[in-house]
Write a new protein. Structure first.
Length: 118
């Protein structure tokens, strides 16, 4: 059955739950990171499901793929911020990175399906 809204897509659901985890994780950052790394990580994390949602409603395949590619870029940005946060001693990021990898694989597969349906 085809998804009627972006909320029906398992990829979006997983990405949204991951964003909620990122918000909880970044609450433990030092106060001086409130408008620095914490803000950057949250912004990039939110961009993943947000760009997926925006692309979902686009009619042309190229438009869809452009927004999904932006989500891929934000995903990689988050990957770096998690490396930085761990290196700064702000907490363990292993589980978050593992979930991010899974979201990335799902997004890649979703995009491949769209490309092949042309």
């Amino acid at each position: 059955m085809a998804s009627r809204t972006f909320e029906d897509v398992e990829l979006w659901q997983m990405a949204h739950k991951w964003v909620l985890k990122i918000y909880r994780y970044s609450e433990g950052f030092p106060k001086h990171e409130l408008f620095a790394l914490g803000s950057q990580l949250r912004r990039a994390a939110v961009s993943i499901p947000a760009n997926f949602a925006e692309g979902f409603k686009k009619f042309s395949t190229n438009d869809k793929l452009r927004f999904y590619n932006i989500a891929q870029g934000s995903l990689e940005e988050c990957r770096y911020y998690l490396i930085l946060a761990a290196d700064l001693g702000y907490g363990d990021t292993a589980e978050l990175k593992m979930e991010l990898d899974q979201i990335g694989r799902m997004l890649d597969a979703y995009m491949k399906t769209i490309r092949n349906s042309r």
